[in-house]
Design a protein around this ligand. Structure first.
Ligand code: EPU
Length: 333
């Protein structure tokens, strides 16, 4: 177990905000995690730092899981159960699976963050969510002080939501097991122009080809946090009633929408923000990304509160123009 006092969190959050942690603990083994939790019962878990906005120095101890390891738990001709420790980097884990030809996670390529954080907000992209490949996970329950196993049905997965998010830190995820396909993969290629790129290149549908396309799409639209601080989508796409959607559709006949239920539709927050003329808006050291307005960026040296003020301004404008409230996807600390 390693402990750092008064350490800058700048390298530990993809916004690159320079606030300090009073105490940062790094644990590489399960017993160290459990020991850290019993020594510091109030600690907070820091994942890959790709979904947090720091607005102040953090007084309560932070735990960073550095547990590594990917193991095959079970396999037959068709499927594999593959377990990754919480501290594994998500994107590297996806690359490992894709390189072995395992199917299921290719659409989730190049998402920043850790394996342990992936189920918390049920990360998703290009028609696939972690819940689609999730088999089970092991977690430490801080309330009962016991190790527990969660299977898919226990996790209450929803759009960027899960029991882990709802229970606000009660469960510390130690490892996650995924069920992937070895053959007869069921690829999701209907989002955007994935299908078009496949056929233009005469590419067969394989995990590797699809991952290559996803990486290309992401790199062309989303800023690299190593170059421009950001945390991916800042807001969730709002789910609105059918009546609200129909009246918006009258104003914007080409409004994209995704079916949620017979009474609800999900609409792109990026469309709403762009329609308020906020795409590319710059306010001092922060701004709305020029190519994907759902992404807020730190042009360098910004404070978390600068990002938060911009976020509030966007929420006000969208509310004023559309009477829709945008909910933050990012956790504000
Ligand atoms: N759009 C605009 N203007 C833009 C960009 C997009 O109007 O400048 C509209 C377009 O109509 C487009 C639609 O928004 O068709 C959707 O855009 P995009 O495909 O970029 O996806 P998104 O809904 O904005 C969601 C996820 C992303 C994920 C992409 C791809 C959320 C909050 N975000 O974004 O996830 O990569 O779909 O599947 O659901 C993340 O969560 O951090 C993240 C990046």
């Amino acid at each position: 177990m390693k402990q750092y006092k008064d350490i800058s969190l700048k390298p530990y959050n993809t916004f690159g905000i320079d606030h300090k942690a009073h105490l940062l603990i790094e644990t590489s083994f399960e017993d160290e995690v459990i020991e850290a939790i019993s020594t510091y019962p109030s600690l907070k878990v820091l994942g890959g730092g790709s979904n947090i906005l720091l607005t102040k120095d953090i007084e309560i101890p932070l735990l960073r899981m550095t547990c590594k390891g990917v193991t095959i738990e079970q396999e037959n001709e068709d499927y594999i159960l593959i377990k990754a420790q919480a501290g594994e980097n998500w994107s590297e884990f996806v690359d490992t699976c894709v390189a072995q030809g395992y199917g299921g996670v290719e659409n989730l390529s190049l998402i920043y963050g850790s394996v342990g954080a992936a189920p918390v907000q049920n990360i998703g992209a290009y028609g696939v969510e972690v819940k689609d490949v999730f088999h089970s996970c092991e977690a430490f329950d801080r309330q009962t002080k016991e190790k527990v196993t969660f299977y898919k049905a226990d996790c209450l997965f929803g759009y960027r939501d899960s029991i882990f998010k709802q229970s606000k830190g009660r469960y510390v995820i130690l490892s996650v097991t995924f069920q992937l396909t070895k053959k007869n993969h069921s690829f999701k290629t209907d989002y955007g122009n994935i299908q078009k790129i496949l056929s233009e290149n005469y590419w067969e549908e394989t995990p590797e080809h699809i991952a290559t396309i996803i990486k290309h799409i992401r790199r062309s639209k989303l800023p690299d946090p190593n170059e421009l601080g950001n945390s991916g989508s800042f807001f969730k796409n709002p789910i609105v009633s059918r009546d609200c959607f129909l009246s918006l559709q009258k104003r914007y006949p080409h409004l994209p929408h995704y079916w949620v239920s017979n009474t609800q539709e999900k609409i792109p927050a990026a469309f709403l923000i762009e329609s308020c003329d906020l795409k590319g808006l710059r306010m001092g050291k922060v701004g709305v990304h020029t190519q994907q307005p759902l992404v807020l960026v730190n042009y360098g040296g910004a404070l978390g509160n600068d990002i938060l003020s911009l976020a509030h301004y966007i929420q006000e404008q969208v509310e004023k123009h559309f009477q829709i409230s945008l909910e933050m996807e990012v956790n504000v600390w």
